[in-house]
Design a protein around this ligand. Structure first.
Ligand code: 13P
Length: 258
């Protein structure tokens, strides 16, 4: 058994002005002091990165962006490049979120470019994959997530893949209150891990962290984290409430509140 360090990431989506985000970060800093056994990441909106950065200094909480462009610079109006994020204090970026894929035309090719941009500029990519309800109902879940995974990691070395954090987020579970059951999530996590093993070797698959995302809440995190292939969570709505996010980070009593 390989001990993978758990990781809990909060995706704040398009919630929070800079001052609101800084206030949430301050609340998290206070609540999460003393948590050492879990990696914690927060992804505020771009405009709040500069306000949140000083709050998180010396806390161990990693600042992340919600997306990143594939080019280092260029005529791409409205986009943000990896070197900009790095200088803004980010250590990670979410890539390929289903809201980007569904609402903003993100494709497997652009996702691959964004993963590479992260790796080239010292950002940890949090790569999201997941099926829609129609795809699940048509029994296409495994094909869909395998296709998304293979496309995003195509051409990477095993060493690069080790720096990628994967997030399985079934689209039907995002923001719906309808979580995948722990067994449903575990099935896909185990499948994704096996696929990484086939493509990049067993040591990589054993060390790769795979997060679950989709209506993760204080009352379901413990059962999810009890699954052998679930290494953490990518949390949307519940990450906007410091108390709830704190409870999720302290899943299964791993790090009790003092
Ligand atoms: P919810 O936790 O609000 O369902 O969102 C999940 C998500 O999309 C995280 O990236």
């Amino acid at each position: 058994m390989v001990a993978r360090r758990p990781l809990v990431a909060g995706n704040w989506k398009m919630y929070g002005t800079a001052s609101e985000a800084a206030a949430l970060a301050r609340a998290l800093k206070e609540r999460l002091a003393g948590v050492e056994s879990v990696d914690v990441v927060v992804a505020p909106p771009y405009t709040a990165l500069h306000a949140v950065r000083p709050v998180l200094q010396h806390t161990g909480i990693v600042l992340a962006a919600q997306n990143v462009h594939w080019a280092a610079k260029g005529a791409f109006t409205g986009e943000i490049a990896a070197p900009m994020l790095q200088e803004a204090g980010c250590g990670a970026a979410i890539v390929g979120h289903s809201e980007r894929r569904q609402l903003f035309g993100e494709t497997d090719d652009t996702v691959r470019g964004r993963v590479r941009a992260c790796l080239d500029h010292g950002l940890m990519p949090i790569l999201c994959v997941g099926e829609t309800l129609a795809e699940r109902d048509a029994s296409r879940t495994l094909d869909v997530v395998r296709g998304q995974l293979d496309a995003a990691l195509d051409g990477l070395t095993p060493e690069q893949v080790l720096r990628v954090v994967l997030a399985y987020e079934p689209v039907w579970a995002i923001g719906t209150g309808r979580t995948a059951t722990p067994a449903q999530a575990e099935e896909i996590h185990a499948f994704l891990r096996a696929r990484i093993g086939t493509s990049f070797g067993a040591p990589v698959s054993h060390h790769s962290r795979i997060l679950y995302g989709g209506s993760v809440k204080p009352d379901n995190i413990d059962d999810l984290m009890a699954q052998p292939d679930i290494d953490g969570a990518l949390v949307g709505g519940a990450s906007l409430k410091a108390e709830d996010f704190d409870r999720i980070v302290r899943f299964r009593g791993l790090t009790p509140r003092p």
